[in-house]
Design a protein around this ligand. Sequence first.
Ligand SMILES: Nc1ncnc2c1ncn2[C@@H]1O[C@H](COP(=O)(O)OP(=O)(O)O)[C@@H](O)[C@H]1O
Ligand SMILES: [Mg+2]
Length: 251
Amino acid sequence: MALIEITKLTKTYRLGSLVTPVLEEVGFRIEEGEFCSIVGPSGSGKTTLLNLLGGLDREYEGSLQIAGQEMRGLSDRQISLLRSRTIGFIFQSFHLLEHLTCQENVMLPFFFAGKPTEEARRRAATLLERVGVGEKRGVRPTYISGGQKQRVAIARALILSPKLLLCDEPTGNLDRETGAQIVALFRELNRDLGVTVLVVTHDERMSRVAPRVLRLWDRKVEDTRTDPSRVVDDLARASSVPPAAGAGGAA
Ligand SMILES: Nc1ncnc2c1ncn2[C@@H]1O[C@H](COP(=O)(O)OP(=O)(O)O)[C@@H](O)[C@H]1O
Ligand SMILES: [Mg+2]
């Protein structure tokens, strides 16, 4: 069973008389453990697609199944269970709570899921170590850098061991070098934890790092796989390798 299975997915926003078609009979499937980037011009529907995949928006036509469940048919309770257990979100603007410490931020999903605090505390500390900011656990996010904030947000997204990480322009507020480090971290987490990662990005270099790229364009999704011999681990190297014919290039 595919982790994500989309068939003839159509999404149209309707605001009064304003009708905005965004996706039109789009189809693709993503298996557990994949690492994909989603690219496309501003306004092409990247965030819309991610919101649908994450169950934040359940108004669509066609079929959208996550872990075998059709999103449209789920009750609010079922959707919040699926969201807390299966899906982790990462945003451009981190969405950390400034009045909590980094460790408390990472523990938040545990509180909502009603799990014991001691386990949450231990696991948060371990994850903060894993993403490279262990020493910041008692500090509030105000006092750490953008790259460190994104690492904390990644730890928070991972705390309930999701199968799927949905990342909406996670490097959009970071400089190139810091962004490259965050992408390298996603790649490592994908390999080491087996978590499926979908990264929406403007960074054209991502088409060299992700083995698979979904390009949003003209309400369609073009599904391209990068020649395995040309997939590189980090964005810094990605920019120095010439693009493969038809599989890299302009994003
Ligand atoms: N909640 C909404 N209501 C109406 N239109 C929307 C809404 N969200 C996005 N749109 C429109 O849908 C299109 C795709 O937007 P979006 O998914 O945010 O694109 P991207 O993330 O690729 O920049 C744009 O034309 C945008 O104006
Ligand atoms: Mg967007």
